[in-house]
Design a binder for this molecule. Structure first.
Ligand SMILES: [Zn+2]
Length: 358
């Protein structure tokens, strides 16, 4: 009897250990989808949600034109990830390179709820107005919430913090981040305000999965990044930073980038949009940076300034459409894969504090 009991306990223990083992190997998968200089980032939860399947958080849906192209690329990434539904779509702001693909996406997959920055006066300029106008009829029938900074977006197994929304920013450090002076602020320079005002409204998020942290501020501006980083860095450190505003000089402020100390940066540029000399200089000089991945080769800098070929997903807009995939584990380790050629690189577990400020 005792032996049977002991055996039963041993079996239960083994099962628990196996579950823990599986758990520590579960990944949250992030697809940086090529929208030719727009933005769309697909995040798949590490665990099942209340509907019994993985949950999907999609940050933006790329461009309006050509019709359906970027929505098709999102659907292709969803197929690769084995998911069929978007649980939460964040429309970071209403420029055509972010909101333009939303209506086409709604025609292709179910979308349960939408977060956007609320009221907007369309900017009377090209695709900025057209993208927004294509979204208006979709928005009327969607379940829309306007988030506030410091709110959390529910995604199974992840902590997703809203950092910015509708022009407001978090004003207190995230949980676990100590308020301490950021020495990089001493020489910080504000810049002329962005010439496309809606970027200022962008919804930006910080995603946490255990020791893995990912910062995506959409098209938030240089001066707002300074407010998040100065006089003290409110965000802590991150494993991965997606270059704000496509890697242009309107964003990517050094006191923020260097304070969050990304191990990897990912840029959603195209051959002529983003990827400026200033962005490369700031990102590549960031302490602790291991690699700079690019969705596109940048014609705005010399060949030797671009990253090595294996870290670039697309070389021209004719061979476009290749994503960059990231799979992160809760110990902070992650794997990145170039969708063009399958090149893969492993990044070691996170050592030391992830939320310490500087
Ligand atoms: Zn943009």
């Amino acid at each position: 009897m005792r032996k049977i009991f002991a055996t039963g306990v041993a079996v239960a223990l083994l099962a628990a250990m196996a579950a823990a083992q599986t758990n520590s190997q579960a990944t949250t998968d992030i697809y940086f989808i090529d929208t030719e200089g727009g933005m769309s980032t697909l995040i798949v939860s590490p665990t099942d949600g209340i509907l019994g399947t993985k949950e999907v958080l999609l940050l933006d849906a790329g461009n309006l034109n050509p019709p359906g192209r970027d929505a098709d690329r999102i659907v292709a990434a969803m197929k690769d990830a084995g998911v069929e539904r978007v649980d939460t779509l964040v429309v970071s702001h209403y420029h055509g390179d972010h909101v333009g693909g939303v209506a086409a996406l709604f025609d292709k997959v179910p979308v349960r709820r939408v977060l956007d920055p609320g009221a907007f006066v369309p900017e009377q300029h090209g695709n900025r107005e057209a993208g927004y106008l294509s979204y208006v009829p979709v928005r009327q029938h969607a379940h829309v919430t306007i988030p506030k900074p410091a709110m959390k977006i529910p995604v199974a197994g992840l902590e997703v913090h809203v950092i910015s929304s509708a022009g407001d920013l978090i004003t207190a450090p995230l949980a676990g981040v100590r308020r301490a002076p950021n020495p990089l602020c001493a020489t910080a320079q504000r810049r002329a305000q962005d010439n496309t005002p809606n970027n200022y409204e962008s919804i930006g998020v910080l995603v946490e999965y255990g020791r893995f942290r990912f910062l995506d501020l959409a098209d938030l501006t240089w001066n707002q990044e300074l407010e998040l980083a100065c006089p003290s860095n409110l965000l802590g450190t991150v494993a991965v930073y997606r270059t704000s505003r496509h890697g242009t000089d309107w964003a990517g402020a050094q006191p923020l980038v260097h304070a969050v100390r990304p191990r990897v940066a990912v840029m959603n540029n195209n051959p002529t949009k983003g990827g400026t000399p200033g962005t490369f200089q700031i990102v590549k000089s960031s302490p602790g940076l291991e690699d700079f991945w690019q969705l596109h080769y940048s014609d705005n800098v010399a060949r030797e300034v671009n990253s090595a070929e294996q870290f670039i997903a697309n070389f021209t807009d004719r061979d476009g459409g290749h994503h960059i995939k990231l799979s992160a584990r809760s110990d902070g380790s992650f794997t990145m894969t170039n969708g063009r050629n399958g090149f893969t690189k492993q990044y070691r577990p996170q050592n030391g504090a992830v939320t310490s400020s500087r």
